[in-house]
Design a protein around this ligand. Sequence first.
Ligand SMILES: [Zn+2]
Length: 88
Amino acid sequence: MATGWAPDGAEQAQIDASLEDALAQVRTRLPQGESALYCDECGEEIPEARRLAVPGVRLCIECQQKKDQQQQFATGYNRRGSKDSQLR
Ligand SMILES: [Zn+2]
């Protein structure tokens, strides 16, 4: 029974690490300084309404949506991965 605990500890460390990754991602998305006039990704002009509505915005709406989708996908993938290892 004692041998069963070592892998559990390793899994917990992995979960902590992905939590910290998620927090780091959230931190990089927090508003920082002035809003950008042009999208960091594609260089399109960001509408003034969006710059006022989202302080510190760096991306146009299209690029922000793409980024959000990628992050949702990455988060779902991580969650499924840790669930599989718990079942095992
Ligand atoms: Zn863009």
